[in-house]
Design a binder for this molecule. Structure first.
Ligand SMILES: [Zn+2]
Length: 453
């Protein structure tokens, strides 16, 4: 059965993982190494309460990019100081206290890791691979248990529940020009890690640039010699709604190739297209991860979680729409005229239901999702931009609404046939495009066309 995975990026998101109304909406917690390293006691306590399967992403790829991406501007803006970039404390801690050399050298020398660290004239340096695997293994297997007190351990039961569901071998991004070297390094790391870890399965994390994807055959063939226990796939900036027909075809072809090399294949940042591909009639994927109300796609750079902006997830479109766009669609069709039509055409999740009761009408309930305050932020290049940032109430409501809708998508692939789901894509496309144009729904037809063959 397809696994529904949530990324845990900040402690502010904790509430969406816990409590009877949230706990059953997902299957696995993906913790980023940064937050585990920075606040281990809080993470251990959180896991003891959540009582869910989890894994820890060691984020080793973060250390192969220009170090500016690991830093933040610490200058005093009020005093109009010049920008001053320093390593983020959490990254420093991850590198220096948890992962050790060679990751800590990135901080002390202020220089990223490059393939020559692991390769000598194209030959793998096994001693370096071993050092890296030992520390990345320790970090994932021992960190949580060492932070749990006896009471928490008792609460969690069997000692095996303190362990992640699987460990991730050290991994690096298959970049534009050096993907071949990095792939070789990743495979060596996987093999060493697999030999070291007896307690749980070992997964290989595959982070690919679009350029590396041009060589999907070579990637699949390299992986087929290893047959990893599991694979986590992350394609850089892979926005499923924006893919052309040929790109959807290529994506599916890649998944089918990867699936031939492993038992378990998860997409680390995917949307509804990926969820559909988990359907038992397709079987291209075994699970999909996203963050709470964002993260259905992610750029490899910058390193970090991204900001949830004011967007509303419209279930029939399977897309997080900008507020103006969603208002146009729902008003145009009279979907806000009554609670009945709202429930039928927009959503009948618990969050929307609570708002009907609280606000008294479909229109007022819907308005809450669009409430925002203007904020001005200064970009790294000095430009000042004005953004509409959702109010706290709007953000919380939109997040819960989003999570209920994602859970429904996973329910749908379990309960409906693939052709029923395809039919839904088509009918939504027809209904919306006829008088709102096809911009907001073009992806539905693209997916439909590729998936029906
Ligand atoms: Zn809703």
């Amino acid at each position: 059965m397809a696994k529904h995975i949530y990324h845990y990026n900040t402690h502010a998101e904790k509430r969406y993982f816990l409590g009877p109304e949230h706990h059953d909406l997902y299957d696995i917690i993906a913790l980023n190494g940064n937050i585990v390293s920075h606040t281990p006691p809080a993470i251990a306590a959180f896991l003891a309460t959540a009582a869910k399967d989890f894994y820890i992403d060691p984020q080793t790829h973060a250390f192969q990019h220009a170090t500016i991406h690991l830093k933040r501007d610490v200058s005093d803006k009020k005093k109009k100081e010049k920008p001053l970039y320093k390593f983020k404390p959490s990254i420093k801690k991850l590198a220096k206290e948890r992962l050790g050399t060679p990751f800590s050298d990135v901080i002390t020398k202020d220089r990223p890791i490059n393939p020559t660290l692991f390769l000598d004239n194209g030959k793998i340096k096994n001693d370096v691979i071993d050092i890296v695997c030992q520390s990345v293994k320790r970090f994932q297997l021992d960190m949580i248990e060492s932070e749990l007190d006896d009471e928490a351990k008792e609460l969690m039961g069997e000692p095996s529940t303190f362990l992640p569901k699987f460990v991730i071998a050290p991994y690096f991004y298959l970049s534009k020009h050096h993907w071949k070297e990095w792939l070789k390094i990743n495979i060596s790391c996987y093999q060493r890690m697999k030999a070291l870890v007896k307690e749980v399965p070992t997964y290989l994390s595959l982070v690919v640039s679009k350029e590396a994807l041009d060589n999907d055959g070579a990637i699949v063939s390299a992986l087929s010699t290893v047959k990893p226990d599991g694979l986590l796939l992350w394609i850089d900036s892979h926005v499923e709604e924006e893919l052309r027909k040929s790109e959807v075809e290529r994506y599916i072809h890649f998944l089918q190739g990867l699936k031939g090399t492993t038992e378990t294949l998860y997409n680390s940042h995917g949307g509804y297209l990926s969820i559909l591909l988990c359907h038992s009639e397709k079987g291209c994927l075994d699970g999909v991860a996203h963050s709470v109300n964002y993260g259905e796609h992610r750029n490899v750079i910058p390193i970090g979680g991204g900001l949830p902006m004011a967007r509303f997830y419209l279930h029939s479109l399977h897309s997080r729409l900008r507020w103006g766009d969603v208002v146009e669609i729902v008003q145009h069709r009279g979907w806000l005229d009554s609670v009945g039509s709202y429930r039928e055409k927009i959503c009948k999740c618990h969050q929307c239901q609570e708002l009907f009761e609280e606000k008294g009408s479909a229109e007022k309930a819907f308005d809450l999702y669009g409430k925002s305050n203007p904020v001005t932020i200064t970009r790294r290049n000095g430009t000042i931009v004005r953004l509409e940032y959702p109010t706290k109430e709007a953000k919380q409501a939109a997040t819960r609404h989003y999570l209920y809708n994602k859970a429904k998508e996973f329910d749908d692939i379990r309960e409906k046939t693939f052709s029923e789901l395809l039919q839904e894509l088509n009918s939504t496309y027809n209904e919306i495009s006829v008088d709102s144009g096809e911009d907001a729904v073009a992806h539905l037809l693209t997916w439909h066309k590729v998936l029906e063959t």
